[in-house]
Design a binder for this molecule. Sequence first.
Ligand SMILES: *Cc1c(COP(=O)(O)O)cnc(C)c1O
Length: 432
Amino acid sequence: MGNMTNSQLVAKASQLFPGGVNSPVRAMGSVGLEPMFVDRAQGPYIYDTSGKQLIDFIASWGAMILGHAHPKVVEQVSKQAAKGFSYGISCPLEVELGQKVQTFFPHLECMRFVNSGTEATMSTIRLARAATGRDHILKFVGCYHGHADALLVQAGSGLLTHSSPSSSGVDPDVAKKTLLADYNDIDSVKAHFNQSGEKIAAIIVEPIAGNMNMVLPEKNFLETLREICDRWGSLLIFDEVMTGFRVHSGGAQAIYGVKPDLTALGKVIGGGLPAACYGGDRKWMEHVSPLGKMYQAGTLSGNPIAMAAGCATLNEVKHIDYQLLENNIEQFLDSWKSMANENDLPFSYCVKGGMFGFAHLETYPTNFNEVKNTSSELFKAFYQSALEQGLYFAPSLYEAGFVSIQHSEAIFAQALDKIKIAYAKMNQMQSA
Ligand SMILES: *Cc1c(COP(=O)(O)O)cnc(C)c1O
């Protein structure tokens, strides 16, 4: 495999995997490219199979906040690997990671480790239904919570009409029990509660949305969701799979000071290995088997290698200055904006901790509909040009950007030089 070119790998992979990939966004279809194969990654960089170095602005969708192959994480993972990969039984590292998680997310009185963000959010929904005895949930258009059936739902023609599946193979009857509201639009939430509040088990929300580009909650949005849940006896679920340890060591809930009933964590918590977690107030978690009647299990849950990577990562998270990270990204985006404007392109952005969004739009979006105003042709042209210069952004305008603590000022300066050339080449293409 080592000496196959990217095109050869793509050809083989296309026979082996649907679209040549094991997760759809990697297909890079929306930016008109072939899937890219990565050979290795180090610090802020990834390297493709030809050895080309790219500055990584995805960081494995946020997981690699310490940068790739951080020596302390490598050391702990290697040490654990030598002691066995999986026991299928409890290990001390689970307790260690659980305690660490609790220091950052004190509201997780009790938690359960699982293997993916999808598993974590799916379990919070089951738990909310078990705890309330209700069967409806409410989610927001443009928020992504993994690929469980109940969460793969899109809006019908009007928001208060029946929801329909956003994926084939999802039972329409399941989809109907998932109500949809608009992000940052409290009236759209209230309308559902006024109609069927006593049936709603939970509101699930990304407290900072990171799967429709990046969208921040407007003032009082999260607080009001909290109030509505309290009034109606529904649970508030924060899906912090992306934002946990990413926007702040204590996630968006620490920034906005709103306490959910349940939280889902993933990505950074496993430091790049498959680990995720859900938890919250003990009174809810007591419904989970074997204490309670809500069943949820996993052969590899609490896997010692993933726990070791998580522990080593959270040890470092303690030392991250999220404000500094945010300031550095903001400076970078501000310079980027000037370059875009010099090229007569609109540009706006958003940043929190180690996460950002950018759009070639005059005004930065506040919900999914506004994100859709972005020109996909312009994005595609910029994307291809930037990739050629060695910048690796998410290959979709519906994804956020992520940096690591290895993205130093020098790296940002390098990136700006490359963006400058990328815009210049775009102009040449246009006038050619
Ligand atoms: C990535 C993500 C998930 C799904 O996590 P997986 O590990 O990919 O299953 C769920 N919710 C949010 C907010 C995410 O960003």
